[in-house]
Ligand binder design. Structure first.
Ligand code: PLP
Length: 473
């Protein structure tokens, strides 16, 4: 994989000295000349590194004296300035994203990196049979466009599913999409303009950060509690002096933290967005995978003004490759439908029909019950194995659904180095760097438990633990 640019590597090294406490607030940083000598780089690379550190809010220049470590801001532990828009997929994040998916696709790797369920957990045979049957019976309909809002049969099934999350949404209020990725993209296109500020959780799903980059939006990362999701207190204070065009949340088993937003917080968030007239984009791709018997309510279920745009898909529950998702855009229905027409025109007809058939008669709920039990077991086993194998001081999230774990390793360990060494040993993981535009999570990794627990996975976690211990030494 491509390495980080030199100036970012240097900025990271200095940032680490600051976070480790080796350089304290108010102290002078190493001089530009010292950085050039130490890292064997040109003066312009050293300057670029310090501009990067300054943009992260870690250092500040003082006339004729060099750079000094900044004192942390008084109110929150995070800099709440939105990021400027970035060139889509241009930087190390884009390269990492591509290499991560290469790793997921490779049959030779133990893929703990991508949030993808393995095909042998999914109802693959039944679903493919359903697709073949629909193809046989659909005749010419199967090869024609299913123009937005998309298959009515499917929308009727989705409307029933949404009731389980407490939302009463008629089929006419639903638009089918090519996965949740397109649903998110369409919502953002419907409610924002390039340069607008969009609130996201931090850490958050890197695919979302890419969509935001691609639309030249500015990102405001709001801290997220590993158990309870987005910090409403911080969001409220940010909204006092910041105009926000949209807010994106993952209230159910978020990616990567696995957090679950309490019902009270969901209600407060919907009310807050209504008060400030901020469209709330809800991403629920893991919502149907609680470890308990019942799914929780969606933000959409608390929405009485159409301010919530709800996005989901069948990628985590049935078939990521069918690319079937949906959006219920509330009062932004027409804008989203127009965006769909210009984005992909229509969702593929046969996969829509196959999923609709499976929902109607394939035993979806029965299958979901089995899958939840498998994911719960995978997550519990992996969690225990990580705590046993990784360096002392490592913490792991304890999600109540989904199949992702967020591992925080002692600060000395750089997750990118761990990623590279793990790849060399045939294992892919998702380094924390990908989950923020701010390089906040350089000592974190996301582990996906979408594959049956096995000796092979247990061995991979032991190897990761050994590699992390070596890096921590
Ligand atoms: C939180 C979240 N949202 C959206 C997506 C994209 O889903 P889809 O495959 O349906 O486009 C993912 C995929 O990992 C995800 O984790």
């Amino acid at each position: 994989m491509a390495r980080l640019p030199l100036y970012i590597q240097i900025a990271n090294a200095v940032a680490k000295l600051i976070s480790d406490g080796a350089l304290r607030p108010g102290e002078r940083t190493p001089s530009l000349r010292a950085v050039c000598d130490h890292h064997h780089v040109s003066m312009s690379t050293a300057v670029q590194a310090f501009v990067e550190l300054e943009s992260r809010g870690l250092v500040e220049p003082q006339p004729k004296s060099g750079f000094f470590v900044k004192h942390p801001p008084p109110k929150t532990d995070l800099d709440l300035r939105p990021h400027p828009p970035r060139v889509p997929m241009s930087g190390s994040l884009g390269n990492l994203h591509a290499s991560l998916f290469d790793a997921v696709a490779s049959a030779n790797l133990i893929a703990l990196g991508g949030a993808v369920p393995s095909a042998d957990i999914l109802p693959t045979v039944k679903l493919n049979r359903m697709l073949a049957e629909k193809a046989r019976h659909a005749g010419s309909r199967g090869v024609m466009y299913d123009l937005p809002p998309g298959s009515e049969t499917l929308r009727r099934q989705i409307s029933k599913r949404m009731l389980k999350g407490g939302a009463i949404v008629s089929p006419a209020e639903i638009i089918t999409t090519c996965g949740a990725t397109e649903a998110l993209m369409l919502c953002l296109r419907a409610v924002t303009q390039p340069g607008d500020v969009v609130v996201v959780e931090t850490p958050t799903y890197f695919g979302l950060l890419h969509v935001l980059e691609a639309l030249a939006l500015r990102v405001l990362e709001i801290p997220t509690d590993p158990q309870h999701g987005l910090r409403l207190d911080v969001l409220k204070s940010a909204l006092k002096d910041q105009r926000v065009a949209a807010c994106i949340v993952l209230p159910a088993f978020s990616n990567p933290l696995g957090a679950t937003m309490p019902e009270d917080n969901k209600q407060q968030l919907v009310a807050l967005c209504k008060k400030h007239d901020i469209p709330l984009i809800e991403d629920d791709v893991f919502g149907e995978l609680p470890f308990g018997p019942k799914r929780s309510r969606t933000c959409k279920s608390y929405d009485d003004s159409g301010i919530v745009l709800f996005c989901s898909s069948f990628s985590k529950t049935l078939a990521p490759g069918y690319r079937v998702g949906w959006v219920t855009p509330g009062r932004f229905f027409h804008q989203v439908r127009t965006a769909k027409l210009t984005h992909t025109l229509a969702t593929a007809t046969l996969p829509e029909l196959a999923i609709a058939g499976f929902l109607a008669e394939g035993g979806y709920d029965h299958w979901l019950r089995g899958a939840r039990a498998i994911y719960k077991n995978n997550v519990m086993q992996a969690r225990r194995a990580i705590l046993g194998a990784f360096p002392e001081g490592t913490t792991v999230t304890s999600p109540q659904g989904g199949f992702l774990l967020w591992v925080t390793i002692p600060l000395k360990v750089d997750a990118l180095q761990l990623y590279e060494r793990a790849l060399a040993r045939g294992i892919s993981i998702a380094p924390g760097h990908m989950f923020s535009l701010d390089q906040r999570y350089t000592n974190c990794i996301r582990i996906s438990c979408g594959e049956h627990w096995s000796a092979r996975i247990a061995g991979a976690i032991r190897t990761l633990g050994e590699l992390a211990k070596r890096l921590a030494e």
